[in-house]
Design a protein around this ligand. Structure first.
Ligand SMILES: CC(C)(COP(=O)(O)OP(=O)(O)OC[C@H]1O[C@@H](n2cnc3c(N)ncnc32)[C@H](O)[C@@H]1OP(=O)(O)O)[C@@H](O)C(=O)NCCC(=O)NCCS
Length: 176
């Protein structure tokens, strides 16, 4: 498994780029998660959450017929992923994470936008999720695409008893 600490290190390409120049990635792709991706995904998962999903839990999620997944791959490296469930007209986001050294570059918003598009194509009318009350980056991301806080689940997180904010977005313009 990759050591999450390695994420802070610069690649050779970055080191070769003169200051002031932006080295654009050669290839960006969004695609469903495959079991073979779990090695890389688990490194992001454990670096991102205090109570990460296990590999086994991921596999069960991916096998569930209600589950959909997308990952973002840049130059062949996984930089983030989103897992969401389609439940009739409601799509529920179960997991979203971006590799620590790739954050604040629009990847989280890109993954969310791709999931919203899939939900609209599937004629869903609403998207929902739970987020820790203290998770400001995630709350801001969700608000920036149109989610609003609609309630609280008291003591939802088992590790520290933190409350979850329930956030909802109405999908008013399903894709025809
Ligand atoms: C939350 C997370 C997915 C955001 O991914 P990201 O790729 O860094 O987000 P983006 O670059 O697309 O940012 C989109 C918006 O989110 C908000 N945002 C993201 N990171 C932020 C930060 N550190 N502080 C404040 N706002 C932040 C901003 O509004 C930003 O818009 P802007 O760039 O126009 O200001 C990422 O921080 C992460 O993986 N966190 C750990 C796992 C997690 O908490 N997942 C959510 C579980 S509910």
């Amino acid at each position: 498994m990759n050591d999450p600490k390695e994420y802070g290190e610069k690649s050779r390409d970055e080191e070769a780029t003169p200051p002031g120049f932006y080295s654009a990635p050669k290839r960006v792709a969004f695609r469903p998660v495959r079991p073979a991706d779990l090695h890389e995904i688990m490194a992001i998962e454990t670096a991102s959450f205090s109570s990460p999903w296990s590999t086994r839990f991921f596999l069960e999620e991916l096998r569930d017929p209600r589950s959909h997944s997308l990952l973002c791959e840049m130059d062949g490296q996984i930089t983030g992923y989103i897992i969401f469930w389609s439940l009739a007209e409601v799509v529920d986001i179960h997991n979203l994470a971006v590799r620590p050294d790739c954050r604040q570059k629009g990847i989280g918003r890109g993954l969310l936008a791709a999931a919203i598009h899939e939900a609209q194509c599937a004629k869903a009318t609403r998207m929902t999720l739970e987020v820790r009350k203290s998770n400001e980056p995630a709350k801001r991301l969700y608000q920036s695409v149109g989610f609003t806080a609609q309630g609280v689940r008291k003591g939802y997180y088992a590790d520290n008893g933190e409350d979850a904010l329930i956030m909802v977005m109405n999908l008013e313009c399903p894709v025809s």
